[in-house]
Design a binder for this molecule. Structure first.
Ligand code: ZN
Length: 432
């Protein structure tokens, strides 16, 4: 049976990928790029490695289209976070197959989708599928770190934009099957918040620590601001993605101020999904003050992990923050923001997701979601690609969330097969 073959093929390709250690840093993704190239190239798929340094290659594979249609990019990354074998039940680089699951670092994030994308491409090529526009598979380096100097998709978009430019892209970010209010939904990430950290610099006056009253301790002052930041509850607003999510799961769009309660009444899980999407969020995470025990600091710097809504600007956020913190001897110093992009929730790729889910689980629906973190999708959206985080998976989403970046990461073979079917469906829907 053909599906049986694809199931076995994606399982063994994932096992091989897991056995290649691509922990970032240092990455060493070239071994994965070469493995994928050697698998795809004999099938007539054009393969090219792009690398800033020899050990950190990105693979771009292309099923050349007739040139009269829209292009689809299957995006994934081959690097992983580290793994401490002492915490694991199995060797994290064993790729062991056990009870219908493949175990190992990267199984979920995201070598499973790498393997599924490659097998979808391979099977289409074997069948002689000639898409109207190119179907492109990019297996990129350096997603998990991606700082300057970077080696992955951001670099590729800067240096070789033609290699990855496409009208549509499918990436990681969502796809989980959730039950809300007794109905089944598959989440499709169409937007991302903007990671926009800032440093709150609180000023005082230094002095000797043995005479506290002659100084003005910036650390003590900062304590008040930190509590104030932690207590901030901005007025909720409904971004289009949350409106569409509520319309899908609730059947109506309540006013912003009632959205959280309405979602909670339907299902606490729905409230958890939208809570961080109703406003900017603030998490103070780092602090520096005096570097000497006996010197009262004149300056304290509090680093705040701040996530803005898509479309919200730092200037807007700063006005809100200053209103909340009030007058005082402090500065807000913004760090460069990343992400905060979104894609339309309509069109051929959206339709493909809906028709696929209708096919594999009648009665289930696709619900759009904004992700609170960010992925490589924003690099693509910045040049106009409609990019979705959508890799349908039926593993319990709470379990999956606990396993990503953690011990005993594993994926269901059933989900790998479902993923191959989805990616084939999308390529056929866009390219036929
Ligand atoms: Zn990832």
């Amino acid at each position: 049976m053909a599906t049986q073959t694809l199931r076995e093929e994606v399982t063994s390709l994932l096992q091989e990928l897991i056995r290649l250690d691509t922990v970032n840093p240092p990455g060493n993704e070239t071994v994965a790029a070469e493995l994928l190239r050697d698998y795809l190239e004999p099938l007539g798929i054009e393969c090219q490695l792009y690398s800033r340094v020899p050990d950190r290659a990105n693979l771009v594979a292309r099923l050349r289209g007739r040139g009269d249609g829209l292009r689809l990019l299957l995006l994934s990354h081959t690097d992983t976070v580290l793994a401490d074998p002492a915490e694991w039940t199995v060797d994290p680089w064993s790729g062991e197959l056990r009870d219908g699951q493949v175990w190992g670092r990267g199984a979920l994030d995201m070598k499973g989708q790498v393997a599924a994308s490659a097998v979808a491409m391979a099977s289409l090529a074997r069948e002689g599928f000639e898409p109207r526009g190119d179907v492109i598979f990019a297996a990129t380096a350096d997603e998990e770190v991606g700082e300057d100097p970077d080696f992955g998709l951001a670099w590729l978009c800067r240096e070789h934009p033609d290699a990855v430019q496409a009208e549509f892209a499918i990436n990681e970010g969502a796809g989980d099957r959730v039950e809300v209010g007794g109905k089944v939904f598959y989440l499709c990430a169409t937007a991302e918040k903007m990671s926009s950290p800032f440093v709150l610099r609180v000023h005082g006056r230094s002095g000797h620590a043995s005479l506290p009253s002659i100084a003005d301790n910036a650390l003590v002052r900062a304590a008040g601001y930190i509590e104030r930041l932690a207590a901030y509850r901005p007025e909720p607003t409904l971004i289009p993605e949350v409106e569409a999510f509520l319309a899908t799961v609730l059947g109506r769009v309540p006013p912003a101020a009632e959205a959280l309660d309405a979602a909670r009444t339907l299902d606490p899980a729905a409230a958890t999904m939208i809570e961080a999407l109703l406003s900017l969020t603030l998490s103070p995470t780092m602090i520096t003050a005096s570097h000497k025990r006996n010197v009262i600091p004149a300056l304290t710097e509090v680093t705040v992990d701040c996530r803005l809504l898509p479309g919200q600007t730092q200037a807007e956020a700063e006005r809100l923050l200053r209103d909340w913190l009030g007058e005082g001897d402090y500065d807000i110093v913004w760090r460069p923001g990343q992400g905060g992009t979104h894609s339309t929730m309509q069109g051929p790729l959206w339709d493909a997701a809906e028709s696929f889910i209708a096919d594999v689980e009648p009665g289930a629906r696709v619900a759009p979601i904004c992700v609170a973190g960010f992925t490589d999708s924003h690099w693509l959206r910045e040049f106009g690609t409609v990019a979705y985080g959508f890799f349908p998976a039926r593993m319990d989403p709470d379990l999956a969330a606990r396993l990503v970046h953690s011990a005993d990461e594993r994926t269901d073979v059933d989900d790998l097969e479902l993923g191959v079917r989805w990616l084939r469906h999308a390529a056929l829907a866009i390219g036929s």
